[in-house]
Design a protein around this ligand. Structure first.
Ligand code: AMP
Length: 113
């Protein structure tokens, strides 16, 4: 989608540090990391928010979680990691292209702030 920063990153129009890519997904390092390892996993298809998901996206969303598993293994996050979808303004979503945060390399507290 035009003017979507994550679409531009997926299309390599904006540079990023990629850690995983396949036909459906792209994963890259967050520019402002909140943990020693902080990766964003995005679908190449533009979907703004969870509310915009369709039944047909079920497999795609599963692929995102499986990609997180593969990346965490590659990064050696044996002690666990945090997976987060910020969704909408109250959810803290800044970029309107659905993305899974994969953060690891430190211990996280709960409840989230
Ligand atoms: P969210 O608040 O869940 O929408 O998260 C958006 C994330 O995208 C933030 O953690 C930003 O640091 C990150 N971000 C924004 N622009 C870029 C970029 N050009 N490259 C990498 N990460 C980015």
């Amino acid at each position: 989608m035009e003017n979507c920063i994550f679409c531009k990153i997926a299309q390599k129009e904006i540079p990023s540090t990629g850690v995983y890519e396949d036909e459906h997904l792209y994963a890259f390092r967050d520019l402002n990391p909140q943990a020693p390892e902080h990766i964003l996993i995005i679908p190449k298809k533009h979907i703004a928010r969870v509310e915009n998901l369709q039944e047909e996206d079920t497999e795609l969303m599963g692929r995102i979680v499986i990609a997180a598993q593969k990346i965490a293994e590659k990064l050696g996050l044996k002690k666990g990691y945090r997976l987060v979808f910020n969704n909408g303004p109250d959810g803290g979503q800044e970029v309107e292209h659905i993305h899974l945060h994969l953060m690891g390399g430190r211990k996280f507290s709960w409840p989230a702030g």
